[in-house]
Design a protein around this ligand. Structure first.
Ligand SMILES: C[S@@+](CC[C@H](N)C(=O)[O-])C[C@H]1O[C@@H](n2cnc3c(N)ncnc32)[C@H](O)[C@@H]1O
Length: 199
């Protein structure tokens, strides 16, 4: 079932430079301040470490790292040719994974196709922020790996970015509406493009 919840009110530390990024060619900006606040809110109540799938240059990663110094942030992106990445998204591939967040001692950048991520190699992951490949099969694979992992770990939170986005990102909504919401309670966070589920 899909319901709506208000965006959390939560004070966070952030650097304005993490938000000053141009829109992409579908007119979509990257993570907004309201979204950073919501992501940091769920990180603060998740009781463990955090995976960000599709960390790109590491702007959201940096916000997670500075606001949660006691948590490890596994920053996943993939630099390589042998991935399931949709051609329309290839231009997004960062030159350095999580460049903006590498100075934080609690950040672990990982070069890995997220659809084959092995959670057993990571420590106590209790929240997953999914913002990687936006093709239906990628969103589904990332989500199912995260759900299976969290179910084996006393639960946690999954957040998806781009629920309301267009272009090649439209499959996030399609996956959530057709596959996830019929089976599990998911909440759309108002004034953001985020959806969250407690697993
Ligand atoms: C929209 S960007 C993420 C933005 C980032 N979360 C932020 O807040 O700044 C999507 C990222 O997903 C990565 N990506 C796409 N498919 C992937 C895959 N199969 N495995 C790992 N990363 C992938 C891309 O390289 C790109 O950096």
């Amino acid at each position: 079932m899909l319901s709506e919840i208000a965006a959390p009110k939560h004070a966070i530390l952030f650097n304005k430079e993490w938000l000053v990024r141009s829109n992409n060619r579908w007119g979509l900006a990257y993570t907004s301040l309201e979204e950073l606040i919501a992501i940091c809110h769920f990180a603060s109540i998740c009781d463990g470490n955090i995976v960000e799938i599709g960390c790109n240059e590491g702007y959201t990663t940096a916000a997670l790292a500075v606001n949660h110094p006691g948590r490890l942030i596994y920053a996943i992106d993939y630099i390589g040719t042998n991935s399931t990445m949709r051609p329309e998204q290839r231009h997004e591939m960062p030159s350095v994974i999580a460049r903006q967040a590498r100075n934080f001692s609690n950040v672990r950048p990982i070069n890995q196709d997220s659809t084959t991520l092995d959670y057993s190699k990571l420590s106590n992951v209790r929240m997953v922020f999914i913002d990687g490949g936006h093709h239906f099969e990628q969103v589904k694979a990332d989500s199912e790996l995260a759900i299976t992992h969290l179910r084996s770990q006393c639960g946690g939170y999954i957040l998806w970015h781009d629920y309301d986005s267009v272009g090649p990102y439209i499959d996030v909504k399609r996956y959530i509406d057709t596959e996830l919401a019929p089976k599990c309670q998911v909440h759309r966070i108002l004034n953001t493009g985020l959806v969250v589920a407690k697993i």
